[in-house]
Ligand binder design. Structure first.
Ligand SMILES: Cc1cc2nc3c(=O)[nH]c(=O)nc-3n(C[C@H](O)[C@H](O)[C@H](O)COP(=O)(O)O)c2cc1C
Length: 209
């Protein structure tokens, strides 16, 4: 293993992230960067790491898919009885990180509270809908075969019918308190612009890389 020697210079002509080109609020910039990532056809351009803490302050992180980013916040969907859901119930604070390596870009979000259910479930492929019924997310399962039996049971239960949203499945909307945009630059002189909520709007500051 030569991990210590793995190193990348952030060259490649990506535009600098300058105050003169950055909007006064973070959402238009986040949406611009999401559009860029989608446009490049990356695998899972909306994947993000979600970090939560339990009531004793111990953190846990995992990937989820960002499904909506608008003025109300950032939304993802999950099992409402999963470890992440239990942690968000008990401690409604979280952090998110999106990373697009090919664009040398990272976005970090700190957020406060909010849980919601959503009609989004109806738009999921049937297999994913049935999977939501079949999986006791984050709980110990006896075997892969037990999971497959759950799936077969869900398939039989909803044969010829629309699959309704399970009561234990829904959306979480994260309301950003701060959003930081990171653009990789040569010689580790990266650009970091941080937006933090301030009275009636956002305060933008530049951070050292
Ligand atoms: C790229 C990627 C995207 C994922 N998206 C989601 C998602 O949108 N919702 C979800 O519940 N789990 C998603 N998962 C699975 C989670 O990372 C995690 O394994 C699962 O939600 C259980 O997490 P928990 O036990 O901490 O609650 C994704 C995993 C990967 C690798």
């Amino acid at each position: 293993m030569t991990l210590a020697r793995v190193r990348r210079e952030y060259r490649g002509g990506f535009p600098a992230l300058l105050e003169s080109r950055a909007p006064a609020a973070p959402l238009p910039l986040l949406r611009r960067w999401l559009r860029d990532a989608l446009h490049h056809g990356f695998l899972e351009p909306n994947a993000m790491t979600l970090a939560t803490v339990d009531t004793r302050g111990r953190p846990r992180a995992r990937m989820v898919l960002l499904k909506q980013a608008d003025a109300r916040g950032l939304t993802f969907y999950s099992n409402l009885e999963s470890a992440k859901a239990r942690e968000l119930d008990g401690q409604p604070h979280a952090a998110l990180v999106l990373w697009w390596p090919e664009l040398h870009r990272q976005v970090r979000v700190a957020r406060v509270s909010a849980v919601e259910s959503d009609a989004y479930f109806a738009t999921r492929p049937r297999g994913a809908q049935l999977g939501a019924w079949a999986s006791p997310q984050s709980r110990v399962v006896r075997s892969r075969a037990a999971l497959e039996r759950n799936l077969a049971a869900a398939r039989a239960r909803f044969e010829g019918k629309d699959v309704p949203r399970p009561p234990h499945w829904g959306g979480f909307r994260l309301v950003p308190r701060a959003i930081e945009f990171w653009q990789g630059r040569p010689d580790r002189m990266h650009d970091r612009l941080r937006y933090a909520r301030a009275a009636g709007g956002w305060r933008r500051t530049r951070l050292g890389p």
